[in-house]
Design a protein around this ligand. Structure first.
Ligand code: ZN
Length: 99
C-alpha cells in the first residue's frame, strides 16, 4: 500500500462490523452473512480512506472488501488533502464508531 498522503505513515486496512468492532476473518459467516465496513487508515495521523460497506458470506468476500478499501486508498490524491484534513478535524474517524 502507498504510505499516508498526509504524513507518510503506514496505512492499515481494517474490516469492522457493528456493534462488535473488528470483524474476524472466518471461513463462513453463516446464511445471513455479516454486514461490515472496510477502510484504510493511517496508523500515525489517523487520516482515513473511503469506506466500503457490504455483506460478506465467506473468506473470499472478506478479502474482497478489504481489497476494495485498499484500492480506494491507493486512488486517493493529494489534491484532496485539504478537504480530507478539514473533515477529519470535524469528526473522529467513523470506522471505529458504530452508528
Ligand atoms: Zn498519516
Amino acid at each position: 500500500m502507498k504510505p499516508c498522503p498526509f504524513c507518510g505513515g503506514p496505512p492499515v486496512a481494517i474490516v469492522t462490523s457493528c456493534p462488535d468492532g473488528a470483524a474476524p476473518e472466518l471461513c463462513t459467516y453463516g446464511e445471513d452473512g455479516l454486514a461490515v465496513e472496510a477502510t484504510v487508515f493511517c496508523h500515525k495521523c489517523g487520516s482515513q480512506g473511503p469506506e466500503v460497506e457490504d455483506v460478506i458470506f465467506d473468506r473470499a468476500d472478506f478479502q474482497s472488501i478489504r481489497e476494495r478499501a485498499i484500492a480506494l486508498w491507493q486512488a486517493r490524491d493529494m489534491r484532496y488533502a485539504p478537504l480530507c484534513v478539514a473533515s477529519l478535524c470535524a469528526a473522529q474517524p467513523v470506522s471505529l464508531v458504530c452508528p
